[in-house]
Structures are given as C-alpha cells and as structure tokens.
Design a protein around this ligand. Structure first.
Ligand code: PMP
Length: 379
C-alpha cells in the first residue's frame, strides 16, 4: 500500500470498526454460526416493500426538500408526542441514525468540548466525536453485581460532568449491552445535563425492542434534547438508510443546512414508502419474536457468563468466564465457527463479548451450545 501521505489529521485517529473485521473473516468461512450481526434477521413487512415499489414506479425518485416530506415529519412528531408527552419543536429526516449522529455532532461539538459516552457503547459515537476534535469521557454502564443489569451510576456522571461538557449521550435500549435505562436513570441524566447547560442526544434506534414495561426517553425530561430514531432495525431496512432527528429548531436548522451540503435528503422513494405503509404496520409481533430469542439466551446460557436478562435490542453482553483470556476465548470460538464480537470493540475493558440473537432459533441454539462448551472448558 502507498504511504498514506495526504490523509487529513482528523481521519488519522480513526481505526476500522472491530465488527467489520469479523464480517471479513466470515466471508472466508463455510457455514459460520454467526452471532455477530447487528441487523434484524427478517425481511421488511410486505406492505412496506410494496409501498416502496409503488413509490419508485410512481416517479418519486427525485430529491425531496432537505428536511424530508412534511407529512412524514409530522408523523414522526405526532408519534414522539404520543409516546413521550412532549412535542419536539421540529424534525429532520436523515440518512439513517448514522446521518443524524454525524450531523448533530458536527453541529454541536467544537474542538476541546467534552462529550459523555456510555462504556460500553456503539463504536460510531467515539469516532465521530474524535473527528470533531471533542474529548470523550466515559460513564460506566457495566453491572454492579453478578447477573445484574446494565445501568447508570448517576453519582459517577455528576463527577464526570464539567463546564466543558457539551453533550451527554444516551443509548437505550443499548447496543451492545441490551440494557434499557430506567425512568429514574433517564431523569437523573437529564437533570445533570440541564444543570450543566449540556445537550442530551438520545439514540433510540432500538426503541421498539424493549422487553420491560416502562420505556422512557430524554424527550420527556431534558431541556435540550436531540432525539435520533430510525427504521433500519425495527422495519428490517438497514440498507434503505432512513432515520430521523427531532429537537430544538435552532440546532435542527443547522443540521438541515449541513444536510443540504452533504446527504442532501433522506432517500426519497423510501420516505414515500414509510409515509404510506407505517401507519398500517404492527411491529409488535416482531418484538415478540426477539423477546422469545432473548428468553432462550437468558435461560440456556451457562451461568459462568453471569448474564442477567437483557431488557432490549437484540443483543446480549455476557461476561467472559472468570480467568479466561479474551483472545484465547475468541480463537476457541472461531475454531468452532462461532462469530461473536469482543467487548473491546465497544469498551475500554475487554471482559465481555457481544452476541446478537437476531438469527434463526436453530443457529442461536448452535451458538449457545458452543458457548456452553467453552464455558466448561474455560471456567
Ligand atoms: N445507533 C446504534 C446504537 C446502532 O446499533 C446502529 C446500527 N448498528 C446505528 C445507530 C446506525 O443505524 P442506521 O444508520 O442504520 O440507522
């Protein structure tokens, strides 16, 4: 490879995602037991596919206005208001939640600003913050007791916040932990952010996949909240690149301007498709499928993994068996064709691993069997 002369300073700190490497490895394997995938295992609902085909045939293939179809903006705001009791000022349709993350970080973070991120957390946050020259501080969401839930220590967050904190970042349900924050935790985080004059950015891409009764969002509590939501996971359309951002008009206007000069708009036929089909589709049956898979994992995984029941998304984040060397464990899994993601891809620690149960039950059962064999060997 040529010497990377000419690359900007801002991209030099960015490494390829640990998950990508697993994708590449998988391509070389025959019949892997792949529990490393971060997308739903089902096809999109038929009504949505039909609506997309109709939209394309009807000629809805041009740009839309930057913020997206006004009726779809309204639908998002109505839904957010109905669920969380507060109507955000405005909405912008984005190119996936990834698009919303990029735009919101670029619009809020100056070099030297601080952002509080969960550890463990989704890989993209850290790298986008670094790209903006911001300093990342982590709040720990690991369980405090064996088989405990992944949650927030509000006192630690109080200690981490500083006059330079610009964003307190929340992701519930969480990738990679499957944790859902309690209402008290969400309220506490918002109170701390409000007092510091910081924004709360809330990544709610897994909002549908919540297996506890009380799902709450910073939208209900934070003075300055940017809500990022999306359709990739819930509607089974990660390749469509559809998401949304809601929040104060001042920030959303800046994000819109930046979108005008970057992504331009969210994919137009898919905006039409979601507008037409969403009100007709009930996603609850999809959630129940994942609740069942979640139960399989919780009930059948060897106790050495110290796993409490994941509360949302389609991930579990078990602890490595006590004393197991992380690299040796991953290698042993690979030798049995099992693909999982090492905890260090998401965290400063390397004590856990992520498995995705967004697979057929048969594959999940095979994976659990391999893991239970490894638990006996390594524990
Ligand atoms: N946030 C989280 C927590 C995710 O897991 C993902 C996808 N893996 C994204 C955002 C990005 O999703 P998309 O851009 O497809 O909406």
């Amino acid at each position: 490879m040529l010497d990377p002369i000419g690359l900007s300073d801002r991209v030099r700190g960015i490494e390829p995602s640990g998950i990508r490497r697993i994708f590449e490895l998988m391509a070389t394997m025959e019949d892997p037991i792949n529990l490393s995938i971060g997308q739903p295992h089902y096809d999109p609902p038929e009504a949505l596919v039909e609506a997309a085909c109709r939209a394309i045939r009807a000629g809805n293939n041009r740009y839309t206005v930057t913020q997206g179809l006004p009726e779809l903006n309204r639908l998002v705001l109505d839904d957010t208001e109905a669920r969380f009791g507060r109507r955000p000022e405005t909405c912008l349709l984005t190119a996936g939640v990834s698009g919303g993350l990029m735009l919101s970080f670029l619009c809020l973070l100056n070099p030297g600003d601080e952002i509080l991120l969960p550890d463990p957390g989704f890989v993209m946050y850290r790298h986008l913050a670094t790209l903006c020259g911001a300093e990342v501080r982590y709040y720990d969401v690991y369980p405090r007791a064996p088989r405990g839930r992944f949650g927030v220590d509000l006192e630690q967050v109080e200690r981490l916040i500083s006059p330079r904190t610009k964003i307190v970042f929340v992701n519930s349900p969480s990738n990679p932990t499957g944790g859902v924050l309690t209402r008290a935790e969400i309220q506490g985080l918002c109170r701390i952010a409000d007092r510091a004059g910081a924004y709360v950015i809330s990544d709610e891409i897994y909002d549908l996949f919540c297996y506890v009764d009380d799902y709450s969002s910073p939208v209900s509590y934070a003075e300055r909240c940017i809500q990022l939501g999306g359709y990739s996971k819930t509607y089974g359309i990660p390749g469509w690149r559809m998401g949304y951002a809601t929040g104060p008009a001042s920030v959303l206007e800046a994000m819109k301007t930046l979108q005008q000069f970057s992504f331009v708009c969210a994919p137009s036929p898919f905006q039409y498709a979601l507008l037409e089909a969403m009100p007709k589709i009930d996603l609850a049956p999809y959630r129940e499928v994942y609740r069942h898979k979640r139960d399989l994992v919780t009930q059948q995984l060897h106790p050495a993994y110290q796993l409490g029941a994941p509360e949302g998304a389609f991930y579990a984040f078990p602890q490595l068996p006590p004393g197991a060397d992380p690299a040796a464990f991953l290698d042993a899994a690979l030798q049995q064709k099992l693909l999982i993601v090492p905890g260090k891809a998401f965290s400063m620690r390397n004590t856990h691993f992520r498995l995705s149960y967004a697979v057929d039950d048969a594959v999940l059962q095979q994976g659990i069997e391999v893991l239970n064999g490894l638990a006996r060997r390594f524990a």
